[in-house]
Design a protein. Structure first.
Length: 261
């Protein structure tokens, strides 16, 4: 019960890394506010948590909208009377340079950076009054080095912004006993990777099972451990960073990619 008595808001918790983390955090004693754009999948995460004996609520959020992020923080405080952990996990993939349009550039910027920035701004106000708090981001290996996401420079640049935001915030709020860290996954077997593929018209293309197997097999050859990561492995790192076991770690961008970089 490493998070017993803690309250955690997790964005993008309707699937993938977010869902795995929400379920694990609840198992470790945290009360969860599941935040997701997809109400159906978000509610499914809540039901899984409750079925296992945990505590969770749901809020439908468009992370790209500043007002939705502020309302998300207020909802957690109103529901559970405090906020200990904010995990800015929700993300949007990006196309190749040739297919990048102003529309998907701005969408990526809003979802991956602008929304989380203002969620943090509002959450920090709450955490400062409490005298403690913990903020996490899902960054990317691509935000650390171009080879991590060379095929989509727009995505890499935005995730680099997330990593720098982690550093800046950690320096500003450490005096209030608030820690800020960024998890930088490499290739992870989640549905998000479907949104990294676009057709000739620039529309997102969902991979079929055969295409996805071929895609993952190609990456497996580049990874020292011989396989892509799982959402549960990312969730385990998130748990460590959210718990008191990492009480002297802040401002870090931690790579978890099986050795590919």
């Amino acid at each position: 019960m490493r998070l017993e008595g803690k309250v955690a808001v997790i964005t993008g918790a309707g699937s993938g890394i977010g869902r795995a983390t929400a379920i694990l955090f609840a198992k470790e004693g945290a009360k969860i506010l599941v935040a997701d754009y997809n109400a159906k999948s978000g509610q499914e995460t809540v039901e899984q948590i409750k079925k296992a004996g945990g505590t969770a609520g749901f809020i439908e959020v468009d992370i790209g909208k500043i007002a939705d992020n502020e309302n998300m923080i207020d909802t957690a405080v109103n529901l559970y009377s405090r906020l200990d952990i904010l995990y800015n996990n929700a993300g949007l993939g990006g196309p190749t340079l040739e297919l990048t349009t102003e529309e998907n550039w701005r969408a990526m910027l809003d979802v991956n950076l602008t929304g989380p920035f203002f969620a943090c701004k509002h959450a920090i106000e709450v955490m400062k009054k409490q005298g403690s708090g913990n903020i996490l981001f899902t960054g990317s290996a691509g935000g650390l080095k171009g080879t991590g996401r060379a095929r989509s420079p727009s995505y890499a640049v935005v995730k680099a912004g997330v990593i720098l935001l982690t550093d800046c915030l950690s320096r500003l709020v450490g005096q209030y006993n608030i820690r800020v860290n960024c998890i930088c996954p490499g290739v992870t077997n989640t549905a998000l990777y479907d949104s990294h593929f676009y057709d000739a018209q620039g529309n997102a293309h969902t991979l079929n099972e055969e295409e996805k197997r071929a895609f993952m097999a190609g990456f497996n050859k580049q990874i020292s451990l011989g396989r892509v990561g799982t959402p549960e492995e990312i969730a385990n790192l998130a748990l460590f960073l959210a718990s008191d076991e990492s009480s002297h770690i802040t401002g870090e961008a931690i790579l978890i990619d099986g050795g590919r970089m």
